[in-house]
Design a binder for this molecule. Structure first.
Ligand code: DQA
Length: 136
C-alpha cells in the first residue's frame, strides 16, 4: 500500500517542545520508525506549518490512505476540513496526545466528521495504529 503521513503546524518541533506530552524523539526519528515498521509499503512523509500548503497536499495526494496530524489546525481549520471532504482518499485523524484529557479547546475537532476515523493518545504509535487500520 501507499501511505501519506501529513503533519501540520508545530509538529516539526516534536522532540524539542513539551517533551512530557510529545516525547523526546524528533519527527524525523519518528518517521524513520514508521517507515521501518511499514517496510513492505510505500510511505511518504510531509510536514508544513502552513494551512494552505496542507490543503494543496491533500488535494494532490495519490495514495491508498492518508494519516493526518493537523496539530492545532484540527481544532479550527474549516479549510483543511473542506480539503479532506473534497478528495476520494480516506483520511485518518491522528494525535499523539489524548486531546480529550487536555484543555477544553482541544476537545473540539472540526475535521473528525470528514475523516474515516480518529486515533489519539498513543504517542508515535498513533500514526502506526492508524495506518495499520487501512490493512484490515
Ligand atoms: C496534537 C494535539 C493538538 O491539540 C496540538 O495542537 C498539537 C499536537 C497531538 O498530536 O497530540 O500540535 O495534534
Amino acid at each position: 500500500m501507499k501511505f501519506l503521513f501529513i503533519n501540520g503546524v508545530n509538529l516539526n518541533m516534536t522532540g524539542k517542545r513539551q517533551k512530557d506530552i510529545y516525547g523526546a524523539q524528533t519527527l524525523d526519528e519518528i518517521n524513520a520508525e514508521i517507515a521501518a515498521h511499514f517496510n513492505g509499503d510505500e510511505c511518504e512523509f510531509y510536514q508544513s506549518n502552513i494551512e494552505g500548503e496542507i490543503c494543496t497536499k491533500l488535494q494532490t495526494a495519490a495514495c491508498d490512505g492518508i494519516i493526518l496530524n493537523a496539530g492545532a489546525y484540527t481544532h479550527y481549520s474549516y479549510a483543511i476540513r473542506d480539503a479532506i471532504a473534497s478528495i476520494g482518499i480516506p483520511v485518518i485523524e491522528v494525535h499523539m496526545s489524548n486531546v480529550h484529557a487536555r484543555e477544553e479547546f482541544r476537545h473540539t475537532s472540526v475535521i473528525s466528521a470528514v475523516c474515516k476515523g480518529v486515533v489519539e493518545g498513543f504517542g508515535k504509535n498513533s500514526y502506526i495504529l492508524a495506518a495499520e487500520s487501512f490493512k484490515l
